[in-house]
Write a protein that binds this ligand. Structure first.
Ligand SMILES: [Zn+2]
Length: 264
């Protein structure tokens, strides 16, 4: 019975370790550059309880605590600047058609990531929707710019979140900006609903960003070193035995020499 239990546990562990990140498109679009700035549209946030300077500080924590900690990917996100943008970023539609997003060309982000507050109810199916994101300036398979809209309507839920939760929410949306979709693995930043409970990237998040932005590494020689080699231990024991033998002989010679010496 016990082996069956062990086998079942092993199978369940394999299931919970399933890696299943998704992309937010079918073409695996990516940013062309390894460094991407995340900027904030100024004077657009009225109802989320923080100003744009604090939002930029949250962005800095989001990139440092999450995506920039991935050890196997080359993409580095940087907190950028607060800059003036068209009024349409506060009031406009992110997509002209919501079923399959046809990005609104008026809001095309020229480069990197732009975060704006927005109060157009058509962008958010309910106030429980914290934010919406889309890469909205694409050339071929390259993302030139992506837009994050935070729900800034009166009654939004974003305002009630703790700072740490806001950091993880922004980190989740940043995942969408550079090409990731949702993960079905609940232990992931990119899981659709537990984002506010996350403190770090999950294995699935790291797999996703590494798939899109693998770190370049030169060809190196692979080696393997044997640890605890029984032959090494045998050699050590023989060595200790030999030294002990020599020490014993030395003692005998020394005793004999002392016996022969005149005592005073
Ligand atoms: Zn999402």
């Amino acid at each position: 019975m016990r082996p069956i239990i062990y086998l079942s546990l092993g199978f369940l562990l394999q299931l919970t370790r399933a890696q299943a990140f998704t992309l937010n498109n079918s073409a695996a679009i990516v940013f062309a550059h390894d460094e991407v700035s995340v900027n904030i549209a100024s004077n657009n946030c009225s109802n989320i309880g923080i100003d744009e300077t604090e939002l930029l500080s949250i962005v800095a924590d989001a990139v440092d605590s999450y995506w920039n900690k991935s050890p196997t990917s080359r993409l580095k996100l940087r907190a950028g600047i607060v800059s003036s943008q068209l009024a349409a970023f506060k009031t406009g539609l992110i997509c002209n058609a919501n079923t399959s997003c046809d990005p609104n060309p008026t809001l095309a982000v020229s480069s990197g990531v732009l975060i704006t507050c927005n109060n157009n109810s058509s962008n958010f199916s309910s106030n429980a929707v914290l934010a919406v994101t889309v890469p909205n300036n694409i050339s071929g398979n390259t993302i030139l710019g992506s837009l994050i809209m935070i729900n800034d309507q009166v009654g939004n839920v974003f305002i009630s979140k703790s700072r740490a939760e806001k950091v993880s929410i922004i980190a989740h949306e940043l995942g969408h900006t550079f090409g990731l979709g949702h993960s079905p693995v609940s232990d992931s930043l990119m899981y659709y609903s537990t984002v506010s409970m996350r403190k770090s990237l999950g294995a699935d998040d790291i797999d996703g960003i590494t798939y899109l932005y693998p770190k370049q590494q030169p060809v190196t020689c692979g080696t393997i070193t044997e640890k605890n080699n029984p032959n090494s231990w045998l050699g050590l024991l023989i060595g200790i035995g030999f030294i002990s033998l020599l020490a014993g002989l030395f003692d005998k010679i020394q005793l004999r020499y002392l016996k022969l010496r005149p005592r005073v």
